[in-house]
Design a binder for this molecule. Structure first.
Ligand SMILES: O=P(O)(O)OC[C@H]1O[C@H](OP(=O)(O)OP(=O)(O)O)[C@H](O)[C@@H]1O
Ligand SMILES: O=c1cc[nH]c(=O)[nH]1
Ligand SMILES: [Mg+2]
Length: 217
């Protein structure tokens, strides 16, 4: 797996990340969602730098410009729920991408246990020979992404696969590195210290799905 850490240089990304984590600013769920969306836009731009491009000519009102545009079709696929706001950010830049949505949840997980990950709902196009970008803001143990990827690649083979996460724990990165094929790219906005006993990322930001959309039963 090729890993890209995109907040190593200072940029406005760090400003958005700081707001995401701040317990006081988190009370404003609209700002939380908007910051995740803005981070999605930045990640989409960084990721776009390594995608394949093709030569094209564009007719302007005054002449013809030889330039380039994306070569392959892109499919954006996010994991419910927390992936939705990040998905919107990616969609703002990859505006003609196809889109997919997959659910992943932990069945009977007791505190401190990972539990079985169930991937039940899936509404996604074919991504055979396309660029698949899998979107989820939090990479904790890596079990959710692993379960989703296994289900997806059992059905179709993308030409390229990119995983985009906002905050990653070293444990989750190590798990994906050991268990996923080398050709996959992992894009990490920021790397945190570790997981706590409930498999939450520390310092992290808390529960991304709840902060964006409210607590669930
Ligand atoms: O790496 P893992 O240990 O699998 O944890 C990460 C998962 O946890 C979060 O979703 P969550 O299960 O909280 O669902 P939600 O988005 O509905 O809140 C997050 O968005 C990931 O999908
Ligand atoms: O820290 C974490 C871990 C999983 N899911 C979250 O939303 N936050
Ligand atoms: Mg959650």
């Amino acid at each position: 797996m090729k890993i890209h850490y995109i907040s190593e240089k200072n940029s406005i990304l760090n400003h958005f990340l700081a707001q995401l984590r701040d317990v006081n600013i988190q009370k404003d769920s609209m700002r939380f969602r908007k910051n995740i969306e803005r981070i999605g836009e930045i990640m989409a731009y960084e990721l776009s730098k390594i995608l394949p491009y093709k030569d094209i000519s564009v007719q302007t009102p005054l002449g013809i410009k030889q330039t380039t545009c994306l070569k392959d079709n892109v499919v954006l696929c996010s994991i419910l729920r927390a992936g939705l706001a990040l998905h919107t950010g990616f969609m703002n830049f990859f505006d003609d991408a196809e889109n997919g949505f997959v659910s992943a949840y932990r069945k009977h997980a007791k505190p401190g246990e990972i539990g079985e990950i169930l991937v039940e709902y899936q509404a996604a196009p074919s991504f055979q020979d396309k660029t698949l970008i899998l979107i989820d803001p939090m990479l904790a143990t890596g079990q959710s992404l692993f379960a989703v990827i296994n289900k997806l690649i059992a059905e179709d083979t993308p030409k390229e696969m990119h995983i985009a996460v906002v905050i990653a724990a070293p444990e989750g990165i190590a798990f994906l590195e050991q268990n996923l094929p080398d050709y996959i790219h992992l894009w990490v906005a920021t790397l945190d210290d570790s997981l706590n006993e409930d498999n939450y990322i520390v310092p992290g930001l808390g529960d991304a799905g709840d902060l964006a959309y409210g607590q669930k039963l």
